[in-house]
Design a protein around this ligand. Structure first.
Ligand code: SAH
Ligand code: F3S
Length: 443
């Protein structure tokens, strides 16, 4: 326990963009109180772990990190450690039992209460702030966008889908859309700050609906794309079944909607999709991909895949490989199935041996690597507006993203006069293609 409020905080963030935004929100609230961020955990008197629980490995990682951080307490009296994010929501008070030195547990729907939690801790309470309060409105000025290159806006919270493998509906709670007027105000705020790229966030982002109204995600996309100053508009994650022809149309209508879509398919087998309760078929997915490519021929697609789902046979897996080949994704996030507490899938028969799941995962990566090299090679010679996302790994280089979401490395020279043009657009011609990135030169 500490006598006074902390002075320096260190946050480590895992998981999805929503966690990143939650980190920005916690940072902002702390900074408004004069509690400053540090990149050195050794300097911090407040350590926050913003965790992800979507797979078991992610959860283990946060506990092992907690284990190493709590040792600092021996030499640094007053040091506070808080578990935040989805593991916090999942574990609640159990986390306090499991980690005796843990000071508090703060769920994702309660990040707005970080200062209150610190105050309660100062009074001696080991706080557990979890669950899903009705009122989650917040002041835009309490978000620290420092060091960010894009402006993220959560348009829909939680998830009602209950895919049989997924813990997210339990950790992020029931689905709730935010009103369009609030969202447009938030977008304007970001544009006034100088952001040129806006990213709309939600677990099923395209399921957004005006609370108590008729407008749907197509209307929201249309409205945001029309805002003056939105050079680039993205959104993540779309649920295949919730995509409508009017949403597809927006890709044709608004050039500032990026020609990129993350469209998680999870499996190429209808039988497995049914076991996952995804609510669409491979055929309807192909149909959607066809519509998208018609509306926007240059659209790049990416996806999420799970291999080794209970009951997945060799034949089911072959169908997944076929789908990958047929769609030709620009990138793939593939995972080995991981049983999560509270979900339905662990009770399904036909568990796949871990060695076999590993083999399937490697087969996905091997096949996808070749497709990606091919697709990226086709981009050599093209000129893109690259949104600068940070310094490159080699001195004198910077890194950014094309509208189609490829990672680009380019020399700093010629791109800028002074400093890092974080969040700015730099025009560059692609000189060389790798499977996972492009090398370009400013033009
Ligand atoms: N809302 C998003 C995904 C949230 S989780 C959607 O609709 O797809 C992000 C990704 O993690 C999922 O798409 C899935 O591929 C993967 N994932 C989720 N639960 C998993 C589990 N139990 N085991 C392995 N991968 C999982
Ligand atoms: Fe998870 Fe399915 Fe929702 S993957 S986040 S339950 S759409």
């Amino acid at each position: 326990m500490s006598e006074s409020m902390p002075r320096r905080f260190f946050i480590e963030t895992w998981g999805c963009q929503m966690n990143e935004l939650d980190t920005q929100r916690m940072s902002g609230q702390l900074m408004q109180q004069g509690i400053l961020p540090t990149k050195e955990v050794a300097e911090a008197d407040l350590i926050l772990l913003n965790s992800c629980s979507v797979r078991e490995k992610a959860e283990q990682k946060v506990y092992s990190r907690l284990g190493s951080y709590r040792r600092f307490k021996e030499t640094r009296p007053g040091l506070l450690i808080g578990l935040c994010g989805c593991v916090a929501q999942e574990a609640g008070a159990r986390a306090l039992k499991r980690v005796p030195d843990l000071d508090f547990v703060l769920g994702p729907a309660r990040v707005g209460e970080i200062l209150d939690v610190l105050e309660r801790r100062r009074q001696g309470e080991r706080v557990v702030a979890t669950g899903f309060p009705e009122n989650r409105e917040y002041d835009l000025d309490t978000i620290s966008r420092h060091g960010e290159y894009k402006g993220m806006v959560t348009i829909i919270e939680g998830c009602d889908k209950k895919c049989t493998f997924c813990i997210v509906p339990f950790t992020r709670g029931p689905e709730r859309s935010r009103p369009m007027a609030d969202l447009l105000r938030e977008v304007r705020h970001l544009l006034d700050y100088g952001f040129v790229e806006i990213e709309l966030l939600g677990q099923t982002v395209n399921h957004w609906r005006e609370p108590g109204g008729d407008a749907d995600f197509a209307d929201l996309l249309d409205a945001v794309a029309r805002e003056d100053g939105v050079e680039r508009l993205r959104f993540v994650t779309s649920y295949p079944r919730d995509f409508t022809p009017r949403m597809v149309e927006q890709f044709a209508r608004h050039p500032n909607i990026c020609p990129y879509l993350h469209l998680p398919v999870q499996s190429g087998s209808n039988r497995v999709l049914k076991l996952m309760a995804r609510g669409y078929t491979v055929e309807s997915y192909y149909d959607l991909v066809g519509q998208l490519r018609e509306a926007r021929p240059d659209i790049a697609l990416s996806t999420d895949l799970i291999v080794g789902f209970p009951g997945e046979t060799e034949d089911d897996f072959e169908q997944t490989l076929e789908l990958i080949k047929a769609v030709r994704y620009a990138s793939i996030y593939a995972f080995k199935y991981s049983p999560r507490p509270g979900t339905a899938a662990p009770n399904l028969p036909g568990a796949v041996e871990p060695v076999e799941a590993d083999r399937r995962l490697q087969a996905v990566f091997a096949q996808q690597g070749e497709i990606q090299r091919d697709l990226n090679e086709q981009l050599v010679g093209e000129v893109f507006d690259v949104l600068v996302t940070g310094w490159g790994s080699r001195p004198g280089t910077i890194t950014g993203r094309t509208p189609c979401h490829r990672v680009v490395h380019l020399p700093l020279e010629g791109a800028v006069l002074d400093g890092l043009p974080l969040g700015k657009l730099v025009s560059a011609r692609v000189e060389q293609a790798n499977p996972h990135s492009l090398i370009a030169n400013p033009v």
